[in-house]
Write a protein that binds this ligand. Structure first.
Ligand code: HEC
Length: 119
């Protein structure tokens, strides 16, 4: 991590913004909420982010396939959530593909982060 990336990361936590490819993008929490509960049919299943995380990020979730518990993503309830950029990017990649059948755009990620952090 260079100094510029570290300062961008700090800025991102303060301002509810996401960083993708070194770009800083302001998020819209309402758009994030809509994406969170958007139902998409992938491989014959109806899927949404709320399928595993519930519609309320303050609630614990449960993995729909393995049944494993998932801690709430809301940082107000779970302070460890959304603190590790690598972890955030890893799960966005995996979960957007599984849920929507494609990766999320930088704007969508910024919107979801704004939504999760506003709860
Ligand atoms: C099939 C179940 C499942 C679905 C559907 C799902 N997730 Fe997740 N998600 C997980 C699991 C499991 C974790 C890891 C939780 C942990 O390690 O604490 C996670 C973690 C995350 C994290 C990282 C949280 C952190 O601690 O930094 C983000 C961000 C995230 N998910 C966003 C999404 C988004 C956006 C969607 C919808 C596009 C989505 N998830 C759909 C299972 C799911």
């Amino acid at each position: 991590m260079n100094v510029r990336l570290i300062s961008l990361t700090l800025l991102a936590f303060v301002l509810n913004i996401a960083i993708a490819n070194d770009e800083v993008i302001p998020g819209n929490a309402e758009n994030g909420r809509l994406l969170w509960t958007l139902e998409t049919t992938v491989k014959g299943d109806v899927r949404s982010c709320s399928t595993c995380h519930t519609a309320d990020p303050r609630q614990p979730g449960k993995h729909t396939r393995t049944g494993k518990p998932i801690k709430p993503l809301s940082p107000s309830i779970n302070p460890a959530s959304l603190t590790d950029l690598k972890k955030i990017n890893k799960w966005f990649h995996r979960n957007c593909k599984w849920t929507l059948g494609r990766v999320c755009t930088a704007q969508e990620k910024a919107d979801v982060l704004a939504f999760l952090r506003s709860n």
